[in-house]
Design a binder for this molecule. Structure first.
Ligand code: AMP
Ligand code: MG
Length: 350
């Protein structure tokens, strides 16, 4: 079974071909960073046009890299939501057109589900597992029970974690997208204890029994610190110290929220080999990976963090989700609509 996957829900145009033995036959991602840099964030209309300009070339490239033709495919899968609707429609319509022209099954994929199923592609993970999804647009604690069956245990009440990284980085004058730059800047911190004392930051919702997050107050606290520094460009040392303290607060909050989730997961599922999966673009952050590795080890969990290329937006995960559904006989009619919002808990029976 071989599936072509297409991803266009945000600012990455991507196409990939996957075989059901978990072989990634091709995996192409074109990031639109340059198109959006001048605006300091993703502009939906610009993103949709860029997808339209590049998708055909990417699909052809993915098919060529895989060394196959459309007749060799078992199905075509595309992200149908959630995401920026203009972009989602570009990828979805391309997939539907190929499916119609080549008489192939079409599989409508929920982008969040594709992130959630990635550890089954990379690590052949068995259900159930606990998942922390942290990206530019999403922050959720989920349980994956089976293909199409997910429990939402917690989420952000305001900003997504990646958004919080990006907005805080912007306040410090770091380039877009700020997350990786902020992580890099923190390496320049010479005295972590002094940095955290100089720039104390809140730990929103720490200690609360529910498993939710809130990050907008943290960003506001960063702004308050920046406003107290001398006007103009911040000094390198200040950016390094504030970035360090910021990541310290984030890791503290994540360890607290996830720590509770691990206990609840064990009590609910009594798993023999419990696993915690880290997904989404923010999963590239090594400080967060280290904090969660320690937490997982302390609680008898295995931390599964797919390679960065498969953690952030890509089409290999879309094609893989297509294979998971196709194996179960799930295909979709060509009149399925694109959805800007599509919570995972609404997947059952889709
Ligand atoms: P995604 O939404 O999955 O495409 O991921 C993009 C988000 O991940 C953006 O908000 C990035 O700033 C963030 N991100 C990427 N790398 C890092 C990093 N090393 N540390 C923190 N955030 C990151
Ligand atoms: Mg993205």
């Amino acid at each position: 079974m071989i599936v072509l996957g297409i991803e266009t829900s945000c600012d990455e145009t991507a196409a990939a071909v996957i075989r059901d033995d978990r072989t990634i036959m091709s995996n192409l991602v074109l990031s639109q960073l340059e198109e959006h840099r001048a605006f300091g964030g993703v502009v939906p209309e610009v993103a949709a046009r860029a997808h339209l300009d590049h998708l055909d070339t990417l699909i052809k490239g993915a098919m060529d890299d895989a060394g196959i033709g459309f007749a060799d495919l078992s199905g075509v899968a595309a992200t149908c939501g959630p995401g920026l609707i203009g972009g989602v429609m570009v990828g979805m319509m391309a997939a539907k057109a190929i499916a119609a022209a080549c008489h192939l099954p079409f599989i409508a994929i929920n982008h969040l589900e594709a992130h959630a199923l990635t550890p089954r592609l990379t690590d052949d993970l068995e259900f159930p597992y606990l998942l922390l999804l942290v990206s530019g647009g999403h922050t959720q604690i989920l349980v994956a029970e089976a293909v199409g069956v997910y429990r939402h245990w917690g989420g952000t009440m305001d900003d997504a974690l990646g958004e919080c990284f990006d907005k805080s980085a912007k306040l410090m004058g770091l380039p877009y997208p700020g997350g990786p730059h902020l992580e890099q800047a923190a390496h320049g911190c010479l005295n972590p204890a002094a940095a955290c004392a100089r720039f104390p930051l809140p730990r929103p919702l720490k200690g609360r029994p529910e498993l939710d997050f809130s990050f907008s107050g943290l960003k506001t606290a960063v702004r308050a610190h920046v406003d107290k520094l001398p006007p103009g460009d911040l000094r390198r040392e200040d950016v390094a110290d504030l970035s360090y303290s910021f990541q310290d607060a984030i890791c503290d909050v994540l360890q607290d929220r996830l720590g509770r989730a691990l206990i609840k997961f064990k009590a609910t599922y009594q798993p023999t080999q419990p696993s915690l999966v880290l997904a989404g673009g923010v999963a590239a952050n090594l400080r967060i990976r280290a904090a969660l590795t320690t937490l997982a080890q302390d609680n008898g969990f295995r931390l599964v963090a797919p390679p960065v290329k498969l953690c952030s937006d890509n089409a290999a995960m879309i094609a893989w989700a297509g294979i998971e559904h196709l194996r179960l006989g799930h295909t979709h009619a060509l009149n399925v609509a694109a959805r800007p919002r599509w919570p995972l808990v609404e997947m059952e029976g889709f």
